[in-house]
Design a protein around this ligand. Sequence first.
Ligand code: ADP
Ligand code: 5GP
Length: 198
Amino acid sequence: MQKGKTFIISGPSGVGKSTVLKALLEKRPDLYFSVSATTRDPRPGEVDGVHYHFMDVDAFRQRIAEDAFLEYAEYVGNFYGTPKRYVDEAMNAGRDVILDIEIQGALQVCGKRPETVRIFISPPSWSELERRLTERGTDSPEKIQKRLLRAKVEFQTAHTYDYFVINDTVEDAVEELDAIMTAEHCKPAERMEIISGR
Ligand code: ADP
Ligand code: 5GP
């Protein structure tokens, strides 16, 4: 059986990554969303084990010591990390995996696994990003400013990604992500069994 591929989606907080991924998972039910560990507090509606594995700093450090993370990083005062085991299990079962991670983590994964496909997701404008962060209503004005500052740094790395998707409408962004995944599976390297069998 062919192994699944890993896709990274990075982009500023509030751009709509979770929203777009939820819709993408409905379109591609076999896609495995990697549930990260984090030390930040759950937002209203977030469920432990579904949106994140919420834990305190000691538990997070314990997992670092056990080498349980494919990557981890600090982001605006909290730790976030990708549990290695579930990603590998899904890929070995032939499922594509999607990681919603920020830029430092993306760099770590690509250092270890250069075949990973990286997608940057952008808002249509800065004012729209600020509007979405404010409208979400989950962060204090101070946190929103920190996230917007961080977004400027993130944008400077966007050109290093394999793809750049603009989340203007959710439907269009999902369509582009879906197309990228399909195209990545049409590469000759993915189809060597057929090529060598002819
Ligand atoms: P992220 O996961 O990137 O931090 P969210 O998915 O939480 O972002 O989205 C932030 C806010 O923007 C939410 O209130 C969401 O409903 C809204 N949103 C997401 N995508 C769009 C879009 N294409 N148009 C308008 N609002 C959007
Ligand atoms: P939020 O607090 O808004 O859910 O996420 C903040 C940032 O952390 C986002 O850019 C998100 O992509 C990133 N993030 C979420 N999980 C991980 C992870 O496991 N590793 C890394 N490096 N970043 C993550």
